[in-house]
Design a protein around this ligand. Structure first.
Ligand SMILES: CC(C)(COP(=O)(O)OP(=O)(O)OC[C@H]1O[C@@H](n2cnc3c(N)ncnc32)[C@H](O)[C@@H]1OP(=O)(O)O)[C@@H](O)C(=O)NCCC(=O)NCCS
Length: 254
């Protein structure tokens, strides 16, 4: 995929990392963290990590798919000293192919557009709070903001309502709560609630509510100049429509 920073540099390299006495590792610099796509040889390592991070059991073929060399997924790993310390897996879907519970993310005018879905994002416990997830998400977003990806109008994900670390992470990155999904997950035979979070990109936006229309009108009034041409244009359009309708009725009468 285009436009990936294979090596991140932040210019603050301080030779390795230090532990903070509680098994957490403080990376003095992200300069040694390498980003690369997953490959088939990563399968076992990725599977072990996901089993550790996520309460959901993924089928084996899913691991095969995300690590395949011609994968349809955007599967990026953060590697430190030859060890995968974090990964992100995302895919691009057609807006029209979304499940019913996800279909209200974008306004109807984006019917022919695409949407990115983050399936997984995780970082090894000891390496958390070092900016690794930020690095991975930034790489994905950078890719989605390239001109070739203009059709991708939003990025979304599902998260357990109890996963406060992930919720704080995504909220810090300007993802907004979109939907509460009662009993969305089935974990070890128990139903758990979920949230759907969304980030709009490339001028994407949700369906407009009455409030949005009022806000838009007020904005136009405050800006002044643009409002009256807009009114005239729309009144004109409405008159034209009525006139055409009238014409058809007349034609039918004759
Ligand atoms: C969520 C997760 C991916 C975050 O990874 P990370 O590498 O620690 O995240 P970052 O270091 O980039 O965090 C960036 C910011 O997010 C917020 N954040 C991340 N973890 C947080 C936590 N546990 N508590 C509060 N805020 C947190 C902070 O604002 C943080 O900035 P700061 O460290 O400067 O305060 C990680 O906790 C994880 O792997 N969790 C288990 C797997 C998981 O639940 N994934 C999400 C599935 S939807």
């Amino acid at each position: 995929m285009a436009n990936i920073n294979w090596y991140q540099q932040n210019g603050k390299y301080m030779n390795g990392y230090s532990t903070m006495g509680n098994d957490e590792i403080f990376l003095c610099s992200l300069a040694d963290v390498q980003l690369r796509f997953l490959c088939p040889e990563d399968l076992d390592e990725v599977r072990t990590l996901c089993q550790d991070w996520f309460p959901i059991e993924y089928p084996f073929y899913w691991y095969e798919e995300i690590t395949s060399s011609n994968s349809r997924f955007y599967s990026l790993a953060a590697v430190y000293k030859h060890q995968i310390i974090g990964l992100i897996v995302a895919e691009i879907k057609r807006h029209s192919c979304l499940n019913e519970e996800d279909s209200g993310i974008l306004a109807k005018c984006f019917r022919d557009c695409d949407i990115a879905y983050i399936l997984s994002l995780g970082v090894i416990k000891e390496f958390r709070r070092n900016g690794i997830a930020t690095l991975l998400l930034d790489s994905l977003l950078k890719n989605l903001l390239t001109p070739e990806r203009r059709k991708v109008k939003a990025v979304f994900l599902h998260v357990l309502t109890t996963n406060s670390a992930a919720i704080r992470f995504y909220e810090k990155r300007k993802f907004r709560l979109h939907t509460f999904l009662p009993y969305y997950y089935s974990i070890k035979g128990k139903c758990k609630d979920g949230f759907m979070y969304v980030l709009y990109i490339n001028d994407g936006h949700p369906p407009w509510s009455l409030y949005d229309y009022i806000k838009f009108m007020c904005g136009r009034v405050i800006k002044g100049v643009g409002f009256f041409p807009w009114i005239i244009f729309n009144v004109n359009k409405a008159l034209g429509w009525m006139w055409r309708g009238h014409g058809i009725r007349n034609a039918e009468i004759h």
